[in-house]
Design a protein around this ligand. Sequence first.
Ligand SMILES: Cc1cc2nc3c(=O)[nH]c(=O)nc-3n(C[C@H](O)[C@H](O)[C@H](O)COP(=O)(O)OP(=O)(O)OC[C@H]3O[C@@H](n4cnc5c(N)ncnc54)[C@H](O)[C@@H]3O)c2cc1C
Length: 409
Amino acid sequence: MTPKPKKILIVGANFAGLTAAIQLPKTCDVTVVDPSPDFEWIPGIHEILSGVKTPQGLRLNRSQIVARAGHRFVQDQVTHIDTRRRRATTAGGDILPFDGAIVAVGGISNNYHIPGVDQHTWPFRTVADSLAIEKRMEELQHKPAPLHVVVVGGGLSGVEALGELLRRYRHRPEISFAMVEASAQLMPGFPKALDADLRRMCQEHRVSFHTGESVARVTPQGVWLASGKRLPSALTIWTAGLAPPPLLRDAKLIRPPHTWAAVHQTLQSRYASSIFVIGDAAALPKPASKQAFNAIDMGALAAQNVTRWLADESLKDFKAPATPILLAFGDLQTYLVAGKTVLASKTLAGAKEGVYQLFMAQTAPQPGLQGVPGALRRLRKSWKELVVPGLLSIKDFRATPDCRPLKLL
Ligand SMILES: Cc1cc2nc3c(=O)[nH]c(=O)nc-3n(C[C@H](O)[C@H](O)[C@H](O)COP(=O)(O)OP(=O)(O)OC[C@H]3O[C@@H](n4cnc5c(N)ncnc54)[C@H](O)[C@@H]3O)c2cc1C
């Protein structure tokens, strides 16, 4: 008699979880759970603020992708994981037993328990968040001037959001922007040259930067800083950091002193051998940055390791690839950061767009002719909004070299 296929449960199906689902063989009995019907290309949500991207362009249908991989998709939220009895409970009341599970639930917006953040700021984590901010900007710009917008968080997502707001609104003198960052520089952890160049880009626009400043409270009128400064704000965008979803603590996958779910380098939980935690939710012995490319690679390895563990085979270690970061600052600049090297060029926007197009084309549920209309829609939009200006700047590049390495400070 052939043995029954092992049951593998995947909780969360974005970069990490969906990659794991695609990589797991059809011979496994795989169930994938996520509350939302669509995969979202989160690294592109800032472009909704300027209208360069539409929500449809950043989404792919999860149930079709999972079905094509030969597995079952359940649109629901996992509310509890019993790691000892190996079963998960969903908000819809399903009990999902498993032999091995991959937990890829990402992170949620961190309010740091600061008064007013939940009530008076706009989170920036999903397509829906970005769309809500875009709609609010539309409403506010029709009110009497002036309009103050504050972006809290000067990391990758805050800077990219500010860039898109400037792309759309920098020609409107009644709209001004402020950015607050707790660290001494914008883009903490990256070369300081990036901070200097971003500030230089903003010199002729109405942007003020408040680095080394933390937020004490937020009210409907504005943002109060711990230093006593008050920044008037009609719209406060919160990009100040991530916190783990409560499910991880509830399942005891996070235990002190860790803030995230501690795993071995093999991605296997330190506290439950049947569980592999991947993507933004995981804390590895050799830390990996919370980036989509790491989440994708962890998804691929977790698919291998969970099947190896179920077959009593030895597990492989995760090795974070040295992938350069592409940071878009609206249509003002795009940066490529590889270690300590920073290149600035508007033409790099095309490379960032290429990464997105390639991933979406490879992951789209309808291969072949069925997928063509969707791919064409995305390409047409990118061509008009990004590639054509990119090519124009290649021409400019001949006259005045556009691509320049930033001097390290
Ligand atoms: C504005 C912005 C720009 C970014 N730009 C870049 C970039 O340029 N390059 C880059 O590499 N990275 C970028 N990142 C980071 C990147 O998006 C994340 O690292 C990546 O999304 C992490 O993937 P993940 O699968 O671990 O988690 P997520 O993508 O957050 O997915 C988690 C999934 O789990 C699901 N889930 C959560 N709780 C449950 C539950 N209880 N039950 C079932 N499902 C659940 C969610 O619905 C979601 O689908 C950016 C992030 C932001 C916010």
